[in-house]
Ligand binder design. Sequence first.
Ligand SMILES: NC(=O)c1ccc[n+]([C@@H]2O[C@H](COP(=O)([O-])OP(=O)(O)OC[C@H]3O[C@@H](n4cnc5c(N)ncnc54)[C@H](OP(=O)(O)O)[C@@H]3O)[C@@H](O)[C@H]2O)c1
Length: 243
Amino acid sequence: MVVTSDCLSGRSVVILGGTSGLGLATAKAAKEAGADVAIAGRDPEKASEAVTELGGGVVSGAFDATCETDLMAFFNAIEKVDHVVSFTGEQPKSPVRSTDQRLLHRAIDARVSVARHACVHASPRMPTEGSFVFCSGVSSARPRANRSAGAVATAALESFVRAMAVELAPVRVNAVCPGAFDTDVLRKSLEGDYSEACERLSGGIPVGRVGRPEELAHAVLFLLTNTYTTGTVIRVDGGLLLI
Ligand SMILES: NC(=O)c1ccc[n+]([C@@H]2O[C@H](COP(=O)([O-])OP(=O)(O)OC[C@H]3O[C@@H](n4cnc5c(N)ncnc54)[C@H](OP(=O)(O)O)[C@@H]3O)[C@@H](O)[C@H]2O)c1
């Protein structure tokens, strides 16, 4: 599923958190659309499996993207950077009384500091038609109990996107806000039998099912290629937030 089959031809797309789930689906879609793709995650084994799954010809890195110097070194090792997408993030389950400053900062670092480091180190190398897409989550608008750190981080990320759209213009900066998508993260977060839990969850989603990762990737490709969209958060949630 691509916006058009060669819409990213000749472009280089760096995907932080591109080694599994929504990021890997986005890497596949970008490659299919003709882009040169670079992916990164923390786990080297996952990164090499992802490269194999993508069919080779993909640059990969294994490092923690919250570390500014490691992220800068990764960008510097890539010949050309037209677009950067980031899926890094954490949604720790922790009541507010146990959410100390360290945990709060970890959640904010995983999403907002990575976005900040990416903007600082990639934007000077980008062409004027370059862009960033960051990933938030529906917790930005509808927090769940015991997950305040992740909710704060998704909301802050969306605000950061609007600020960067103004500051880095004409480079464009946008976000995708996924609802429930069928990835390992969702499988781990749903307690009990996955199919039953998924059916229950689907009952509360207007389109009647959880999302497929390629449907989220489709929205990212739209944001990378639509040259008049910036400072926007696109919700891809099957209508989850409407009810
Ligand atoms: N799936 C959903 O239903 C859903 C819903 C709402 C929001 N989201 C958000 O969407 C994003 C992707 O979710 P997903 O389901 O695709 O999860 P996933 O499969 O765990 O993907 C996360 C990716 O980010 C990498 N990563 C995480 N922290 C990193 C860090 N500090 N430095 C470098 N790489 C890092 C992971 O690799 P390593 O593990 O090797 O580090 C992996 O490649 C997350 O931010 C999540 O909160 C997902």
